[in-house]
Ligand binder design. Structure first.
Ligand SMILES: Nc1ncnc2c1ncn2[C@@H]1O[C@H](COP(=O)(O)OP(=O)(O)OP(=O)(O)O)[C@@H](O)[C@H]1O
Length: 230
């Protein structure tokens, strides 16, 4: 279980409180108005933002002061975070070895991950020679080889067309959620939340609400969600 215990997060004058738990092996959609703090919460879980107070815990491990690279967490961003000078296989390999000293076994694992996301044979392509959807697949393959138990998705597919986005969401479902990862996904689209995640949590008015069943949240939305959904 990932526990945000009385977390207070601050960015300039913005403040967000989170006193919630995310069940291990489940997918939770984070939904709420623009600027409500969804990315802020993910940044704190990933370790890019130190909390002003409170604790972050994964099972028995206190993550609060742990460096990002040591956390049991991977993150997928909208810009994919691919290095332009590295090949697809090397970009995937970074998920195995940040120093890129890949041995033959590592290279085989990277090639299998690329095959898993539908990019068999694309190993030597640089990001500039890949479409946006293919770049998203490379970034997903890197998350697969990193094999961390918690995966954070900060709208990584928002720039893709609807069909491509749905394909990527289905891949996430098949490769991460079905594999038992704890997935926390920011989305602006209730349909994505319902398609992907059994649970959803509202981020609004400076607070992260406890995750509840996605259908329950959307069937009977609290006022802040009603206002946001229009
Ligand atoms: N580096 C920063 N310095 C000051 N304020 C910041 C900083 N980064 C973010 N903020 C503010 O923190 C608040 C929360 O931002 P955040 O990006 O977490 O919201 P969000 O819910 O993810 O929004 P969106 O849905 O638009 O992506 C916003 O008011 C934003 O302006």
């Amino acid at each position: 279980m990932l526990i945000c215990e009385k977390l207070v997060l601050q960015q300039g004058s913005f403040s967000l409180s989170a006193d919630v738990a995310f069940a291990a092996g489940k997918a939770v959609a984070l939904i709420g108005p623009s600027g409500a703090g969804k990315s802020t919460l993910l940044a704190a879980i990933a370790g890019f933002l130190a909390p002003a107070s409170g604790r972050l815990q994964w099972d028995d491990v206190d993550l609060t002061d742990m460096a990002p690279g040591e956390r049991p967490v991977s993150m997928l961003f909208q810009d994919n975070n691919l290095f332009p000078h590295l090949t697809a296989a090397q970009n995937v390999g970074l998920g195995l070895r940040p120093d890129l000293r890949l041995n033959a076994d590592d290279r085989a694992v990277a090639a299998i991950a690329l095959t898993d996301v539908g990019l068999a044979g694309f190993d030597d392509r640089k990001p500039r020679d890949l479409s946006g959807g293919q770049q998203s697949r490379v970034a997903l393959a890197r998350v697969l080889v990193a094999d961390r138990p918690v995966v954070l998705l900060d709208e990584p597919f928002a720039a893709l067309g609807p069909a491509m986005k749905d394909e990527m969401l289905d891949l996430v479902k098949a490769k991460l959620i079905a594999a038992g990862k704890t997935v926390i996904m920011v989305t602006h689209d209730p349909a994505d939340a319902q398609r992907m995640a059994g649970m959803a949590a509202l981020v609004a008015a400076g607070e992260v609400s406890a995750p509840v069943a996605t259908d329950v949240l959307f069937d009977n939305p609290p006022p802040a969600l009603k206002a946001y959904l229009g």
